[in-house]
Design a binder for this molecule. Structure first.
Ligand SMILES: Nc1ncnc2c1ncn2[C@@H]1O[C@H](COP(=O)(O)OP(=O)(O)OP(=O)(O)O)[C@@H](O)[C@H]1O
Length: 781
């Protein structure tokens, strides 16, 4: 060891720290002696010996409290901090050993010698270096406390000693262990030690990891236990609340047992109740189950009313509730008579068919009243989803039973009169076929165990008396129609309407508006005026509405003190209802060229139909407008062809179909029209337009036309005749083959009209066109 290596130098004792050579580090220095030593160093050559205290708890260390091997370091920076301490930046240079302590009161001053390390190329060291590097890499990976930059800088180091020191400085070693490394001067020894340390560190880390996992697990466990405890608390709270639910459950159980349900339903209800009991009250499923139990409880499983099968009594009720409708009432009574004899209300289902407002619903209600049964009504109009009939399964959010079960709940008995309104308006689409579900409802073979998806248990509908209504029997699906007995209500004549208004509708409205006979009187002529000029319908619904308006106005007059009694006369109707809404007396104002009145039969009853033809110079185009159906269009074509073939006889220009454009229009274009019965009307209007002859305004006609001009029979004569009567026509031309239907027409209508039966278009023209010289009643039926 050369003398150069020895020198006198100030010493800075470090507490709990060790600076390896090549390390750059910040140190905060506060102790007096240390500050002095530093100041001395700054005066000298900025070099200082850094050694570590053996015991960091000692404030004023003595010689014996200091390791004797340390690091010669360069002070690179010195900074006085506000609190009086000094922050220095030092860089370790070399290992050094204290040779002796000099006698210095102010600071430690020592004679030291540098412990020189020979750095020669050594394969063993190289190998050790590699091992250190590998181990260090693994350690870095495991410990995650050393940055990747540090690792990269270590990987760059070429000198083994330096590598050993830098690695050592990054290991979490005790000061004593560091000191040992510092004192290990031979590089290969140091590397070996580092390898050992790295190995044991890795082991420790592995263990730490395992322990960490175990700790985590046990923490999770404790956490789980905590949650379980909390949950238990919640459950216990629920159970505590069960005082309430328990009471509720018991109450439900009693109700179920008292409900007289079929055995299977009761079992099911109790099973569901058990589930309900076990479920936390706040869960969504619990309310679903509760709802289900309520449904089971509220359905009439066995409760039944006793039928009053007394035809005379029924007749009384039907008569008190409804004016006229003799045939209908008779059929209903026959039906009930059979039931009275067989003591069973089975058999075909009644279907009351007819236009709106003719009393189908109120008739069904009267049937229920006469049988002393409950009455429920559901409307099937627009039902296109099978689930509306059968309900949704309980798993479906917001599931409900279908309309049938809802109706039964409303009825509250197993044997109500159940009106299925507008069965002809059910539609079917991708959501299933409600008609087939209805078939099950109406089939006496099947309906004792009707399956609703929501209720799940079969429900007995066999005691229900189903009555259906329809506006148009034609649109009822065939299999359903098969089960029904159709009772047609055609509509009312003027006289009948007058009677209904007087006897039923008006008294009802008077009462509803808080009036009395003493405060309002509606004269007969006034009623007739309302019927003729303010309504045009087969039934009496708008008549009832108009009468309600009259009553409302009267109530106002009386309340305002204007009058004590309101007498409605023909002249005062207009004051109350405004200007007349319909013309009465003739379909057309006057005899016209190119316009004829036909009679139509729609689901709203009979109606008059004005058919207009206009001609224009052109190329023989035939245009048809007014929302005409295919059959109606075809009959227009047939009329056209007939006229072409008979142009000579009809004295029409034979070339008309080439040089005239013909437009046939049927007004009220928004209403769809179809059927062949307008054939003769279209032909008449066409011929009138082509010949310039006028059509008599008081003539209405109906009949299909063939290419040879024959007139074929039509349907709905009764309704058509009634509508003609309503419209104030005088003469009706009808197909000869329909003569037999004349007897169905109410007498008052028959008496008010002249019926002429025709078998060929020639006859039609004879009576319909002005100036044909045959306006007498030659063919009157
Ligand atoms: N013959 C009648 N006698 C007494 N009132 C009648 C008669 N016909 C109908 N009404 C009354 O006319 C009103 C309409 O009748 P209702 O509602 O029964 O018609 P509806 O044929 O069922 O019609 P919709 O097919 O539109 O349901 C009711 O107030 C009913 O009491």
């Amino acid at each position: 060891m050369s003398e150069q290596n020895k020198r006198i130098i100030p010493l800075l004792p470090l507490r709990g720290l060790l600076v390896f050579p090549t390390m750059v580090m910040h140190l905060d220095v506060g102790r007096d002696k240390s500050v002095q030593a530093l100041e001395q160093a700054m005066v000298d050559d900025n070099e200082i010996l850094l050694t570590t205290q053996t015991d960091l708890s000692i404030d004023e260390p003595d010689i014996k409290d200091i390791y004797h091997v340390g690091t010669l370091a360069k002070v690179k920076q010195m900074l006085k901090l506000p609190n009086g301490t000094i922050r220095v930046l030092v860089e370790g240079l070399q290992r050094a050993q204290i040779e002796r302590f000099l006698d210095n009161e102010e600071y430690f001053e020592v004679e030291m010698k540098v412990l020189n390390v020979t750095e020669e190329e050594d394969t063993e060291e190289k190998a050790l270096m590699r091992t250190v590097l590998q181990q260090f890499e693994q350690y870095v990976k495991m410990s995650k406390k050393v940055s990747s930059e540090t690792l990269a800088s270590v990987q760059d180091i070429g000198e083994p000693g330096r590598m050993a020191d830098i690695v050592a400085s990054h290991l979490p070693l005790k000061v004593s262990e560091k000191q040992e490394l510092l004192e290990t001067v031979p590089v290969s020894d140091r590397l070996m030690k580092i390898i050992d340390i790295l190995n044991s560190e890795k082991e420790v880390l592995g263990l730490e990891k395992k322990i960490g996992q175990r700790v985590k697990k046990s923490m999770e466990k404790t956490q789980k236990e905590y949650y379980l405890r909390e949950q238990m608390k919640a459950i216990q709270k629920e159970l505590g609340d069960k005082e309430g639910k328990g009471g509720e459950v018991e109450e439900l159980r009693e109700k179920i047992e008292a409900a007289d349900m079929p055995e299977n339903v009761e079992e099911k209800a109790l099973r569901e109740l058990d589930r309900y009991e076990k479920m936390p009250g706040t869960s969504a499923e619990s309310s679903v189950i509760r709802n289900y139990i309520d449904w089971l409880l509220n359905l009439p499983w066995k409760s039944e009313t006793t039928d009053r099968l007394d035809v005379n009594h029924a007749q009384n009720i039907l008569d008190t509730d409804h004016y006229g409708l003799d045939k209908v009432k008779e059929r209903v009574l026959e039906y009930l008579a059979v039931q009275q004899l067989t003591k069973e209300l089975k058999g075909p289902i009644l279907c009351l068919a007819g236009p709106p407002g003719v009393g189908k619903t109120s008739l069904a209600r009267s049937i229920a009243r006469s049988l002393e049964r409950e009455f429920v009504r559901i409307s099937l109009g627009g039902v296109r989803d099978e689930a509306e009939i059968r309900g949704h399964r309980r798993t479906y959010v917001g599931a409900m039973p279908g309309r049938i079960i809802q109706g039964m709940k409303k009825a509250g008995t197993v044997n109500p009169v159940f009106l299925l309104d507008e069965i002809d308006k059910m539609a079917n689409d991708f959501r299933g076929d409600p008609a087939s579900a209805m078939l099950e409802v109406l089939d006496p073979e099947q309906n004792n165990s009707f399956a609703d998806h929501f209720i799940e248990e079969p429900f007995d509908l066999s005691k229900v008396m189903f009555i259906t209504t329809a506006n148009n029997v034609g649109t009822i699906p065939e299999p359903l129609l098969d089960r029904m007995e159709i009772i047609t209500i055609a509509g009312y004549t003027e006289v009948e309407k007058q009677m209904i208004a007087k006897e039923y509708l008006l008294p009802k409205q008077v009462k509803e508006h808080g009036l009395t006979k003493g405060t309002i009187q509606v004269k007969d002529e006034a009623l007739l005026k309302v019927i003729r000029y303010y309504t045009r319908e087969a039934g009496v619904r708008s008549l009832e509405r108009q009468l309600a308006t009259v009553c409302r106005k009267a109530a106002k007059i009386i309340v305002s003190g204007e009058k004590k009694k309101v007498v409605v006369t023909e002249n005062t109707v207009e004051e109350m209802l405004g200007k007349p809404q319909y013309r009465y007396g003739k379909a057309e104002e006057e005899d016209q060229v190119g316009a004829a009145t036909g009679l139509a039969y729609t689901s709203a009853g009979g109606n008059t139909l004005s058919i207009e033809v206009s001609l224009a110079k052109g190329k023989g185009e035939l245009t048809l407008t007014g929302k005409l159906g295919d059959v109606m269009k075809e009959s227009a074509q047939a009329a056209f062809s007939y006229i072409r073939s008979k142009s000579d006889e009809l004295q029409i220009d034979p070339g008309f179909h080439e040089n005239l454009d013909i437009h046939i229009h049927v007004p009220e274009g928004a209403t769809p029209k179809d059927g062949p019965s307008a054939g003769i009307t279209m032909a008449t209007a066409l011929i009138s337009a082509l010949t310039g002859k006028k059509v008599r305004k008081e003539v209405g006609m109906t009949g299909e036309i063939t290419l040879r001009g024959r007139v074929l029979p039509i349907g709905g004569l009764k309704e058509k005749a009634m509508s003609a009567h309503r419209a104030g026509l005088k003469t009706i031309l009808l197909p000869k083959d329909n003569e037999k239907d004349l007897e169905d027409i109410p007498k008052s209508v028959r008496d008010g009209l002249e019926f002429i039966s025709v078998s060929h278009l020639d006859e039609v023209l004879k009576y319909a066109l002005v100036g044909e010289g045959n306006e007498s009643k030659s063919n009157k039926s």
